[in-house]
Design a protein around this ligand. Structure first.
Ligand SMILES: Cc1cc2nc3c(=O)[nH]c(=O)nc-3n(C[C@H](O)[C@H](O)[C@H](O)COP(=O)(O)O)c2cc1C
Ligand SMILES: [Mn+2]
Length: 469
């Protein structure tokens, strides 16, 4: 794969050069464009790329579609898995530092959040294997720098944790390869949770619509993308836990996940001779959440379309904070939206806690519009249901915690909620008609631009035509 695709903005954002990267505050402020830092203090010749993409509304450019089509397009591209191919070498092998030569303190790893426990790699995609089947898994994991050849790692109980448990029970270290920096589609793929056993590199290939070339690691039996910027090789020893955290997390808090977590012992670093260090700012409504929102929305959409035989589910969007999901649908019967919302709350992903259904005339990318639907279409005593005592995402600080991070059995218990903010269904036309949304006269034909003097700034408000209701 040609690296210039990733570099020049397949993510769609405008790249801007900056002179200094002393603080991550600048990255945080870039909500409308990616930032390429060129002159990193203390790290001569390094470049660092952040916020690419910086906002979920920019991600559609990577999928070459309008924002309303992005999640369905993700789903379409991943209906079939792609392919990988082993090649002899690639740019990620241009420099090899093996054993004592490997030193991650030479990489521009930095502290992102005010209360983070020190410098972290927030952009590492870890590839592991099931020791019995050899099937690969790729997932995001925060890595706390602990020395030249050591990091702490947080592994939430999911596929990589399952693999680690298999090695740990056998008293063996788990070999790992951590990729830092590649096309954003690899990041979307790594944040996709699907069935255990599916290789996320094949999802990356499907999203890219091209074969992903892999090369063998130098010190572990794992294959990594040949065109990555940087790869860290190592292993996670069994039965070792050390303090790890805090870290700026996706819900915009620091503490969840902190505690006794495993460590990575580094055996090698390979990279391009002019590698760009990819940083991922984590938190709500920054780059990290974009990688959460798009694949999670797509996986949920896949599931919902088959509820009750088939449901007319048009779109799904994960809301800020990640624990709330909005479903855009066209209910045909009373109760159908509730059935769909129940399915949102128990899927592959553990995050969904609050599920909201709205109609097609609500713009789910406009949070004010979603609140409007809740205000004007919800009768709380009929349309809101709370399911008590459900298993909640263990990173959701609002619910009661059992056990602790890094140990089997860690989880949380709490309520889940569905909010049916749809209007009466198709089968009841008179009631439905009461909820026909008002439109201004001429809304389909009049364009404000045609009435403004030439050269005047474009109108600030989006045309209704951009979002047909
Ligand atoms: C920006 C970002 C950071 C993440 N950090 C972590 C992490 O530190 N530890 C972790 O276990 N999962 C983390 N995740 C979540 C996993 O990557 C994601 O849920 C993935 O689907 C897990 O893969 P799996 O289903 O193969 O286990 C992160 C996700 C994103 C988008
Ligand atoms: Mn997986």
């Amino acid at each position: 794969m040609d690296r210039s695709v990733g570099e020049s903005g397949s993510a769609g954002a405008d790249y801007k050069s900056c002179r200094s990267a002393d603080s991550d505050g600048g990255v945080w402020q870039a909500r409308d464009r990616a930032l390429l830092f060129e002159n990193l203090s203390g790290f001569p010749r390094w470049r660092c790329l952040g916020q690419a993409p910086s906002d979920v509304s920019l991600a559609p450019l990577a999928f070459e579609c309008q924002r309303n089509e992005m999640v369905p397009e993700f789903l379409r591209r991943t209906e079939r898995l792609g392919t990988t191919r082993l090649v002899q070498s690639g740019p990620v092998k241009e420099k090899k530092m093996i054993g004592n030569e490997a030193d991650i303190t030479k990489l521009p790893i930095h502290q992102a959040g005010v209360r983070d426990g020190g410098p972290y790699i927030g952009s590492g995609l870890m590839i592991t294997k099931n020791p019995e089947t050899g099937r690969r898994n790729m997932s995001f994991h925060r890595l706390q720098m602990k020395g030249p050849r050591k990091t702490g790692i947080f592994i939430y109980p999911r596929h990589a944790w399952l693999n680690y448990q298999l090695y740990e029970q056998a008293g063996k270290a788990m070999p790992v390869a951590i990729m830092i920096g590649h096309h954003p589609m690899h990041y979307f793929a790594a944040a996709t949770t699907t069935q255990y056993g599916v290789d996320e590199l094949e999802i990356a290939s499907a999203l890219l619509d091209e074969e992903v070339e892999l090369v063998k690691c130098e010190t572990v039996d794992i294959e990594v993308p040949a065109h990555a910027e940087i790869v860290i090789e190592g292993e996670i020893p069994p039965k070792v836990r050390e303090d790890e955290g805090p870290f700026s997390e996706f819900q915009d808090y620091y503490l969840t996940g902190s505690g006794k977590n495993p460590v990575v012992e580094i055996k090698a670093v390979t990279m391009r001779h002019d590698a760009i260090f990819k940083t991922v700012q984590n938190g709500s409504e920054v780059e990290g959440c974009v990688y959460h929102k798009v694949p999670m929305s797509a996986q949920i959409l896949r599931r919902l379309r088959s509820v009750g035989g088939f449901a007319e589910v048009k779109n799904v969007l994960v809301m800020p904070g990640i624990f709330t999901v909005v479903v855009q649908m066209n209910p045909r019967y009373y109760g159908e939206a509730k059935n769909v919302l129940m399915a949102v709350l128990s899927g592959e992903y553990q995050h969904p806690k609050i599920a909201i259904a709205v109609d097609e005339d609500v713009d789910i990318f406009n949070y004010a519009d979603v609140l409007w639907a809740i205000s004007s279409r919800v009768n709380p005593q009929e349309d809101i249901v709370i399911i008590p005592g459900a298993k909640i995402h263990a990173m959701d600080a609002s619910c009661r915690e059992f056990g602790s991070t890094g140990a089997p059995g860690w989880h949380r218990i709490g309520g889940k909620m569905i909010i049916d903010a749809t209007k009466p269904p198709e089968c009841d036309p008179p009631r439905r008609f009461e909820f026909e949304r008002l439109r201004p006269m001429g809304w389909e034909t009049v364009r404000l631009e045609d009435f403004l003097p030439e050269g005047s700034p474009p109108p600030r408000f989006q045309s209704l035509l951009d979002n047909p209701r």
